[in-house]
Design a protein around this ligand. Sequence first.
Ligand code: SF4
Length: 619
Amino acid sequence: MGIEGRFAYESFRPGQKELAQRVYEACLGGEILIAEAMSGFGKTAAVLTGALSAAEETGCKVIYACRTKRQINRVVEEIAKLQRTHSFKAASMLSKFDYCLLRRGRVVPQESFGWYCSFNVSNNLCSYFLNVSLTKEFDRLVGGVLQSTPTQSELMTESETAHVCPYEVVRLAMVQAGVAVVPYQYAFDPRAAPVLFDRNSVDRQKTALVIDEAHNLRDFFRGLHSATLTLDQVRGAIGEAESMLMEEAALSLKALAQTLENIMTESKGWLLDRASVLDRFRSEHGTVWLQNLAFELSASSGAAWGSVVYERRLPSLILRVGEFLVKLSSSTRSLLVTWQNTLGLVDPNPVEDVAQRLSEFRCAVLLSATVNPSSVFARSVGLDPFKVSTYEVSSEPMVTVRTAVDTGTSTRYKLRSPEMYSKISDRVAAVINSTGSGVGVFAPSYSVLDAIFEMVSKRVPGRHMVSEAPGLSNEKATEVFDSFMAEDDSVLFAVQGGRFSEGEDFDRGAMGSVVVVGLALPPPSPLLYAEYTCLKRAGETESYLMLSRLPALRRAFQAAGRHVRSPGKRGLVFFLDERFGTAAAVELMPSWLKKDLVVGDLSPDSISSLSHDFWGSRG
Ligand code: SF4
């Protein structure tokens, strides 16, 4: 079936058909394609249409990898629309933790969930697992998943009724699905990817891989290969071991804490010689002491037994120490660094083998709303700009956005003060009071968000305000989102780079204006410094741009695009930080953001009049 016949909507938006066609060609030709399309353009529908058409011709599968669960939901919604026009099998898969029915009502930390599940399964204690494959109901559920891609809660409810493990339902559905929507982990994490590619026998060479919000890839791989451990965490693990009567483990952890403390105290700089540290453990504790301790802690079945039998909280710090020691003793390419009673393992080139990994697939399509400059983008995710294709959807005519950069404020660390926060709050309040519809306020960190939230609330009495908090569960995030959408003129406070600043649909014109407060540069750390140094040694001349400025600007631009959900949308964007007004920052702005740009020291009064002038009247 061709692209036009497959498309789920009555007509294409400008640029959608061309993007679908380009993705189709890339999938047929086995290319690595970087595709840029602005937020709200409808790229998911276009990309799915192109990839599915090519997959049908070549007998391939499509794997659509997303960064967050909420982004997965959006892709699943598009798939459901496509399935209504042309039937095909699809499935989405989250983590076991997300699906587990047995853990409900119990305190099972995510870090130690692997223990919990394997303990219950291997000891025949999970009836949801025992029922798998034994019932016709199970087969019916798998068939239903493939035809209608249910939401997580729908699947959980149906699986509960049939008394089977929902994760096993979707895992089996994955084998038969033509399109699989998964978190990045199932595509790249060596601990999760075997579920898809080995246990489910998915052949990478017969798979078209689509990577959504691909500008996050470097962060993702950095997270995969890096690990940190603080002395407080080791002490916490000693407490856990003692409370679970694991006397030998507690003694070993005390010895570990002493050696680590000595190493940190004696170190003369942030970089440690990993080999010397391992030698020290050998000479002080014995040849295989560290490896044995790492194994004992990371696979501590005794602790798992005790926790499950006595219904106690599973010990997450013991596991964390164990996993750090496993990486310390086995990871050959990581650097060992130390600062403030913390040890860190950092891979100085986390994207070293990304090109190789992508080449194992039949083709790969990397999607992002912020690719510019494309050569730096390609290098930042480990690709040779001369060996990949790029495609940009022209977004100029689609939206009417006025952008204002305030050079009178900044969240630079040395400029942060109660006076600066008050100044920022005055300006944010001016935007809110002059916008009749919803407003999104995106701070660079939770500390800045907390500092201005109260101040702004007092300046905008009567407005419904909701706020993102660190570590929000999916359910809590949905509550915050629904609460924002429930009223026409709500205000959302969130952080740049957080779950509400990317891939979230504030449709129906729910967000009229966006305020981006400050530039979210990553805080300096030995981990980051090690990565800079490695890039410089490899001849990269734009390492600061690649690792700090560009990711921070991307987060800001992504947040700025939250209010744009459809063509014809009008909206105001305010950047409150003088660093957005530099020529270099403006140069990197997406074209739709700088079509109508005002830069200056914007008082609250000038913000109000700019806003009223744009909207024609209040809101
Ligand atoms: S098999 Fe499924 S229901 Fe049982 S413990 Fe594991 S994830 Fe939970």
